[in-house]
Design a protein around this ligand. Structure first.
Ligand code: ADP
Length: 477
């Protein structure tokens, strides 16, 4: 049995802005089910979504600040969570990283440095918790300083750093570095310095014993200039300790047989029932109820990464076709505005909900026929996994986790029963449009479509498989 400290800045359902929260909410649970002794550590944000008790455990002084550690349980699991409680940094409403306009909070460097310092105290068993982990598993730049700071310690636990998205690096000015009071031994180009700036992600990439990312293809892509953001050389240098493990999904929460947020339950042997969800979705989206018209769904942060601009370029042509499109997302105000304009122009074909709505997300997965995910890059991606589980055929760009989880519907893969979606290569509106047309042809062949749906629904994306791979990694260090 391993003792694992899992360090993350978000975990579903306590607090979530994206895929990191899904992983941090699910992987610890799956590891606990494999009889591992795992604790999660998170900042104590103001609005944690839980009805579990939160109790005070101890206090410690870190960097001249008095910190409390609170303890709670990850809802619906046996995983204990330690919350780093420092009100001036974490006790305010809203997004953990950005203000309402999407600008980073001015004191993010201080906030997450303090979080990392406390995690190090816990990892070194200096926080009065009487527990010392064998492995500290850190995630993304917010916990990047943990492997760096631990590298300065004797008798430290092993460290793993997982990259969920290379696009977010935690870059801060050198003057901020000096004001953070971090050891000068870490400040050099082979350490935390990146072109004269402090790079928190480098703390993980340089100092962790093992680096993982969330799909095998993304592990290769980030070693190239197109995806490495200037860190591709470092990643190539560390390729012997770098690997990709595809994320799983929470198969209880995303289960069309039991999902409380959908209208009609179904499985791969009762796919005709899925149409009840299509009707409910069409009604909810104020679109004409029509069982035959193909419904496209999309749930996403509305940012360039997700290929939203490609979709905007395709929309004039799509809107001339006999289709419907239900979109849920929030992000770039320009994208939001342009998408809403289309919904305004084509109220019988397109519905746009700007915002974050988990129930609607479930209904879109269940009620759509086709799911659009033309990401420019995608470390793993979750919605294409949910889509397959719900028999909703994804159209994806062949990159990162999308490439690793979708088998393109070509004559051979259709014949041998492996096809689960449609994929395309170039990030151009033209190639996306071709993929859309190819999908509509498949949709018109009812029998082939049913095969695709069943192939998709048969796949096992449970966390159990991924957790076994992480456990092997912990044991190998
Ligand atoms: P990323 O982490 O890059 O945003 P992922 O596909 O890995 O992308 O994970 C996104 C997660 O957030 C999925 O669970 C998705 O359903 C959810 N999500 C994204 N936008 C919304 C939204 N507007 N409403 C509800 N859920 C959303």
């Amino acid at each position: 049995m391993k003792k694992i400290l899992f360090v993350s800045s978000e975990a579903h359902p306590l607090i979530k802005t994206g895929g990191l929260a899904d992983v941090s909410g699910s992987l610890p649970k799956a590891l606990a089910e494999l009889s591992q002794d795992i604790h999660l550590i998170l900042p104590n944000y103001q609005h944690l979504n839980t009805s579990e008790e939160i109790r005070y455990v101890c206090s410690l002084r870190v960097d001249n600040r008095d910190i409390n550690i609170m303890e709670t349980r990850l809802p619906h699991t046996n995983v204990m969570v330690w919350l780093v409680d420092y009100a001036p940094f974490f006790n305010f409403p809203g997004n953990p990283y950005n203000d309402a306009n999407g600008n980073a909070w001015a004191n993010n460097a201080e906030r997450f440095t303090l979080f990392c310092r406390v995690a190090v105290e816990v990892a070194m068993n200096r926080a009065h918790l009487n527990w010392k982990p064998d492995v500290v598993h850190c995630n993304d730049w917010q916990s990047g300083l943990v492997p760096a700071l631990l590298s300065l310690e004797e008798h430290r636990p092993a460290t793993v750093f997982t990259i969920h998205n290379m696009a977010y690096q935690g870059l801060f000015s050198s003057s901020q570095y000096y004001s953070l009071n971090i050891s000068g031994r870490l400040w050099h180009p082979n350490g935390l310095e990146f072109h004269g700036m402090l790079s928190m992600i480098k703390g993980g990439l340089v100092y962790a014993d093992r680096i993982t990312t969330v799909s095998p293809t993304y592990a290769l892509e980030i070693q190239t200039p197109d995806f490495g953001y200037g860190l591709e050389g470092l990643l190539r240098h560390r390729q012997d300790v770098l690997s990709g493990i595809l994320n799983g999904i929470d198969v209880e929460q995303w289960n069309p047989q039991t999902d409380p947020a959908i209208h009609q339950h179904y499985d791969m042997n009762s796919l005709e029932q899925k149409s009840g969800n299509k009707t409910a979705l069409q009604q909810k989206a104020s679109l004409p109820v029509n069982p035959d018209i193909p419904v496209f769904g999309l749930i996403s942060r509305l940012v360039e990464q997700k290929g939203i601009d490609l979709i905007l370029d395709c929309l004039p042509e799509m809107m001339a076709m006999p289709i419907q499109f239900v979109l849920l997302g929030a992000g770039n105000p320009n994208f939001e505005h342009r998408l809403q304009n289309f919904a305004h122009l084509y109220p019988h074909k397109m519905s746009v909900t700007v915002g974050y709505d988990e129930n609607l997300a479930h209904l879109i997965e269940a009620g759509s026929d086709i799911f659009l995910m033309p990401s420019r890059f995608e470390p793993c991606g979750l919605n294409q996994l949910y889509s397959q589980r719900y028999g909703t055929i994804p159209i994806v760009r062949q990159t990162g986790g999308l490439a690793d989880s979708i088998e393109d519907a070509l004559p051979e893969s259709i014949a041998n029963g492996t096809a689960t979606g449609v994929s395309f290569h170039q990030a151009h509106a033209g190639t996306l449009m071709e993929a859309i047309k190819r999908t509509l042809i498949l949709f018109s062949h009812k029998e082939t479509w049913r095969h695709l749906q069943r192939n998709s629904m048969r796949k096992d994306f449970s966390w159990h498989n991924s957790a076994l791979q992480y456990l092997k990694l912990y044991n190998d260090i």
